[in-house]
Design a protein around this ligand. Structure first.
Ligand code: PA5
Length: 435
């Protein structure tokens, strides 16, 4: 099976230190992760992906079948790590217009809520689901996060108004095994529950029931996804930098950071990656941005943003590098550019060429331009957007993030900084200290 590959040609002139220079540091970071000796080592549960045939996965599949059988809509309530991964997976692996396109959709429409505090978003979502049969997956590891807790309170009221005492049969909670408000409520109401393992932090949890249940409801083969993650776990357990694509990415981005390239843009040429980029930004931003250090993770979608951010990238301050996600088998090669009499738009020189071919030339042309503009580029080749490869891709970045965090000498598993806004918000809201 074709596999992932990191092309560094468009960055080589900046990668001054060689494999040998980085090998010792990478070996140390590898040992820290695999021996569980670093800061945050209580959160290494993601390192070994769930077995595709495990009881947990079977239970997830069973719940997904129930939801698919009796629901026109699944509401997924969550924020941060309890939200972005499943949304990213669904957007990468299902139809681009899934919710609007019943003929192609496998399973219910899926909407996300609880990842913002917009009254407009919430009100309008209730308008969309009016009259439809709904199930709910509320996801919160702590069980106390404000945004999903408020959304769940509103959704629960809606469900009880519609289904009365049977509402609880349509509510699935993914939370801590024993503690937190959502666990207590689930036990009291008898919801079906799934557990977020203690040793997996939110942003590393997409391949646990957090991500797997919504993904399975969307009709995605989660067992293939876990097999892809397992393949990645085996490939990236090799401490030899020469042979480990994931470690090369982790080391080389640090190499550039040490030369002042403090902002990394995750680039893709397909809008299916929009939410994946959000997941990636959370993963790296929360893991590395601390102790006044860390590469700032940002994202752009090309060719769309070549008509906006392209200017800044080409000619703004030279503190950027890019990591391009390139899908080798993009699909839909049947879409070719038609011939037109008169050639008024001047495009006949492209007659018969696939849209994919044009996209690829745009990518190659951009790489060349950005390298000339002193922006180093890595290109991560993804063989195809299948469940297997997307499982591999999630794992690739989780492992790279852990290694990169240790190379940077920070704890890649905590997020002390996110408490600051909460403290102020609770004070402004007048939250009692006992809650
Ligand atoms: O990565 C993290 O730990 C966070 O982003 C959390 O996922 C996010 O804050 C949501 O937390 P919870 O699942 O406890 O509601």
């Amino acid at each position: 099976m074709p596999t992932f590959h990191l092309d560094t040609k468009a960055a080589d002139q900046w990668l001054k230190q060689s494999h040998t220079d980085w090998q010792a540091a990478v070996q140390q970071a590898h040992d820290t992760v695999h021996n569980g000796t670093g800061r945050g080592s209580d959160f290494l549960g993601w390192l070994q992906p769930l077995a595709a045939e495990s009881e947990i996965v079977k239970n997830v599949l069973h719940a997904a079948e129930q939801i698919r059988a009796n629901s026109e809509v699944l509401l997924v309530i969550g924020i941060g790590g309890s939200y972005a991964g499943s949304r990213a997976g669904i957007e990468m692996l299902t139809h681009s217009f899934r919710n609007q396109f019943a003929a192609e959709r496998q399973g219910p429409e899926i909407y996300f809520i609880g990842h913002n505090l917009s009254a407009t978003y919430i009100t309008q979502l209730f308008q969309v689901i009016e009259g439809k049969d709904v199930s709910v997956n509320v996801i919160s590891k702590s069980g106390t996060t404000t945004e999903p807790a408020i959304a769940f309170r509103l959704v629960r009221e809606w469900m009880v108004n519609k289904y009365g005492e049977k509402a609880g049969e349509r509510i699935y909670a993914t939370t801590d095994a024993s503690k937190g408000a959502l666990r207590e409520l689930s036990n009291a109401e008898g919801y079906t529950t799934f557990v977020i393992p203690d040793d997996v932090g939110g942003r590393y949890s997409v391949l646990t029931p957090v991500g797997l249940l919504p993904l399975a409801v969307a009709g995605i083969d989660i067992q293939a996804m876990l097999a892809g993650a397992q393949e990645a776990a085996e490939q990236y357990a090799n401490p030899n930098l020469m042979e480990n694509t994931c470690y090369q990415y982790a080391a080389y981005r640090n190499n550039l950071y040490r030369q002042g390239k403090a902002i990394e843009l995750l680039v893709s040429y397909d809008p299916r990656f929009v939410t994946f980029a959000e997941w990636w930004k959370q993963l790296f931003g929360e893991s590395e941005g601390k102790e006044h250090q860390g590469i700032y993770p940002a994202s752009v979608q090309f060719t769309t943003d070549l008509h906006s951010m392209g200017q800044y990238i080409q000619e703004g301050p030279r503190h950027l590098f890019e990591t391009v996600l390139w899908v080798d088998e993009a699909g839909h090669d049947e879409l070719t550019i038609p011939h037109q009499e008169g050639d008024l738009d001047g495009l006949n020189y492209l007659t018969g060429k696939t849209v994919n071919f044009v996209n690829q030339q745009a990518c190659l042309g951009t790489l060349e331009a950005h390298v000339e503009g002193e922006v180093p580029n890595f290109v991560l080749h993804i063989p195809e957007l299948t469940a297997h490869h997307v499982g591999h891709l999630f794992y690739f970045f989780e492992k790279a993030c852990a290694i990169s965090g240790y190379l940077l000498n920070v704890n890649p598993f905590d997020q002390p900084g996110v408490e600051a806004y909460k403290k102020n918000m609770f004070r402004l809201l007048g939250k009692p200290s006992s809650k």
